[in-house]
Design a protein around this ligand. Structure first.
Ligand SMILES: N[C@@H](CCC(=O)N[C@@H](CS)C(=O)NCC(=O)O)C(=O)O
Length: 204
């Protein structure tokens, strides 16, 4: 397997899952800042021009964070990345999708890439402000979901990898995490898989 990634972006959550699984894999960094995602060397691999993308051992490419995480969990059942219980599985997918589709794609992306939401530079501050509102509401929701739990659905699961990367981004933009999310983030950073991932990506 090979993970196409960029340091500190959402692919870091998939990187954590690969470290949790512990099977050999390769890493290939795509320099998003320099626009490498749009160059033919990468678009011939992933025409979506996004990371994460996982080159599977069967030679096919798996894209979209929730799909990659789900596939890794189901193909590595002994890594316990998804509980057996169907209700907990659905809750894990619910939280992971909320982190990726709402907190990341609707919230943080407005803050990081306001131009994707309005071509008018005069709208930039308004777009960023709306993004921050979505992120703050997102963490309130996630904080409530974590009440009384160590991890998103109780036992560690793929949902925690997505929760981890949005918590990591909150720190980067100075958004204070509510108590349960802050405790979850510390718990994640104490996991050897997360420590190895952060060290390999050179982020901290
Ligand atoms: N829906 C995709 C989103 C992935 C995504 O937005 N990745 C960002 C990094 S966090 C990216 O590759 N951005 C490059 C760009 O937008 O040019 C997924 O779930 O994997």
């Amino acid at each position: 397997m090979k993970l196409y990634y960029a340091p500190g972006v959402c692919s870091i959550g998939i990187h954590v899952l690969l470290e949790e699984i512990g099977k050999p894999y390769e890493l290939e960094a795509i320099n998003l800042r320099e626009g490498a995602q749009f160059r033919p060397e990468y678009t011939k691999v992933n025409p979506k021009s996004k990371v994460p993308a996982l080159l599977r051992d069967d030679g096919s490419l798996q894209t979209e964070y929730p799909a990659i995480a789900y596939w890794l969990a189901r193909t590595n059942p002994f890594s316990n990345l998804l509980p057996d219980n169907i209700d907990l599985q659905a809750r894990a997918l619910e939280i992971m999708d909320y982190c990726v589709a709402t907190v990341h794609m609707q919230g943080f992306t407005r803050m990081f890439r306001p131009g994707n939401f309005s071509p008018d530079p005069a709208q930039e501050d308004a777009v960023k402000t709306r993004g921050k509102e979505i992120v703050l509401k997102g963490f309130d929701t996630l904080n409530a979901a974590l009440e009384g739990k160590d991890y998103a659905v109780g036992p560690f699961s793929i949902a925690d990898s997505a929760l981890f990367y949005v918590e990591f981004w909150a720190g980067r933009v100075g958004i204070p995490l509510p108590a349960n999310c802050a405790a979850h983030y510390e718990r994640m950073k104490a996991r050897p898989s997360v420590q190895r991932t952060m060290q390999q990506e050179g982020v901290g």
